[in-house]
Design a protein around this ligand. Structure first.
Ligand code: HEC
Length: 165
């Protein structure tokens, strides 16, 4: 038990140290390059999450289930990575918050995509979006409000979302 607690603390220290370096590097743009591994910040990763959240919608709406499955995998991998890379945001445990807010809707989306179930997809997508907002509220960022994309057509004019014939 004791050893276990110790390794958890060690893990946290090891994961946070490069983060601190990456963050201090932020205000020191002219510093010469180092061998420190770049660790992206949560807000930057969230930009990738946002892109995939949007693309997932357009793929599902076009009933391009292969693409929807791909975008969902990317989204899940991104959340998996975040949960391992960034353990805390203030007092909030990121892995726990992911499990509490978006894990269930992501599973429901996987099931809907597998079943090519459009109404199920729309419902699970709305739940996912509510999960995004639940975490933003818990994380002290209630002003970051996600919604189901409102444009018709796609927001990515350089990508074809229609299913392969
Ligand atoms: C585990 C908690 C958590 C979940 C789940 C989560 N977010 Fe976030 N998100 C955050 C936090 C914390 C920030 C603020 C990061 C910062 O600035 O340090 C953020 C910021 C953002 C931002 C602002 C980034 C910017 O630069 O404008 C967007 C957009 C965003 N999230 C989209 C989403 C979407 C879409 C989902 C759901 C698919 C989602 N988030 C799920 C915690 C979460």
């Amino acid at each position: 038990m004791k050893l276990r607690g110790y390794s958890v603390v060690l893990l946290m220290v090891c994961s946070l140290a490069p983060l601190a370096v990456a963050q201090s590097g932020h205000s020191n743009l002219n510093a010469s390059p180092t061998n420190e591994q770049y660790v992206p910040r949560l807000g930057d990763i969230m930009n990738a999450v946002q892109t995939r959240h949007i693309k997932l919608w357009f793929a599902g709406k076009a009933q391009n289930w292969d693409l929807a499955a791909y975008e969902l995998d990317e989204l899940r991998d991104t959340f998996d990575g975040v949960g391992k890379l960034i353990l805390k945001h203030g007092q909030l445990s990121i892995p726990q918050a992911i499990a509490a807010t978006v894990k269930q809707p992501l599973d429901a989306l996987a099931a809907a995509i597998k079943a090519k179930d459009s109404p199920g997809f729309v419902k699970a997508y709305a739940d996912l979006t509510a999960g995004c907002n639940a975490c933003h509220q818990s994380a002290g960022h209630p002003m970051i409000v996600m919604q189901v994309p409102t444009v018709s057509g796609t927001a990515f004019p350089d990508q074809d979302f229609s299913p392969k014939k």
